[in-house]
Write a protein that binds this ligand. Sequence first.
Ligand SMILES: Cc1ncc(COP(=O)(O)O)c(C=O)c1O
Length: 370
Amino acid sequence: MDWRVRFVDYPEQWRRQREELLPIIEGTIARGDLMLRQELRDFEAHLARFNSSARAVGVSNCTDGLRLLAHALDVGPGDEVVTVAHTFIATISPFVLRGATPVFADIGPDHLMDTRELAERVTERTKVIIPVHLNGRTVDMAEVTKVADQVGAVVLEDAAQALGATVDGQTAGTFGLASTYSFYPAKLLGALGDAGAVLTDDDDLADRLLRLRDHGRVGKAEIDGWGYNCRLDNLQAAILDWRLAQLPRWIERRRELARRYDERLHDLPDLRIPVGPDSDSRRRDVFQNYPVTTDARDRLVEHLTNDGIEVLISWPVPLHKQRGLDLEHWSLPRTEELCRQVLSLPMHPELEDWQIDHVADSVRRFFGAG
Ligand SMILES: Cc1ncc(COP(=O)(O)O)c(C=O)c1O
């Protein structure tokens, strides 16, 4: 397919970053700094500061970050973990694989956890609550924290899609005990492969995670307990550290693009678009994605594809309707409806204004709005 607008444009991204990244990659390899070296420590320090967290622990990916947290908190059979079914499977799988029972709250109009429903789902067995800051937008954390405090549950934030988002001036990922981030290449901050991090203000937890990610080791030879191999590669850390310095500019560009979509699409009665970047002064969304909804979703996807526009459906099937997960007893009507209606339009900082206009013109033509 000859795309005019890619959903994510890795070749263009590399074209723009090559000159700056090549010496970093060359230098790191030439020095032999491949595992747990200064580049990783620098990245962790810069990442923690970027997010106003005390500590950052680099890990192999976000899923492994959640896995280490599930282990550190000793989550197991009899524990309930409450989250949403409109998320990636990785939000909950590390907890289920340790024997915990997944519990789901339905979502609200902004595609995020409905905190009123969260209050109805918690019990005395609720050990962990995982709000998911999907699409670059922060869940209403004041409510989540209140509910968690009522039942004595720990809050872990899945901030895989929300690095740098804020609500009421506070950064996503700093409300709970810890938060996890994905640096999968398509993310706001992407590596050239898999990578992730856990952020926390709790020094003991951070030290525990440092040991757990490296086979339980404390020094070169001393082993403190059972552990995993979930280290973040030093080369990826070097790349991520350079990219982190560019992130504020890239987030601003995403917000500009969202503004442009908003201007071009807000008047279409049969299309619902995200809350605009300037519409809610409490929030600063970072637009990992630009999800729109319509009853004519499948026809719109076909129409856009024919116009050379690559879109993504996240996700066509909610978790509780996936076969093989034993979750079919759940009924979450708003999650199910969203999965029939949602599609994400292209959103990445390399997009040119004309490409947003091309997408918007195509969407308008589909709805007969010219
Ligand atoms: C909301 C959410 N949670 C968790 C993950 C897992 O991240 P990773 O691929 O780095 O393990 C993703 C990745 O897509 C995600 O979007």
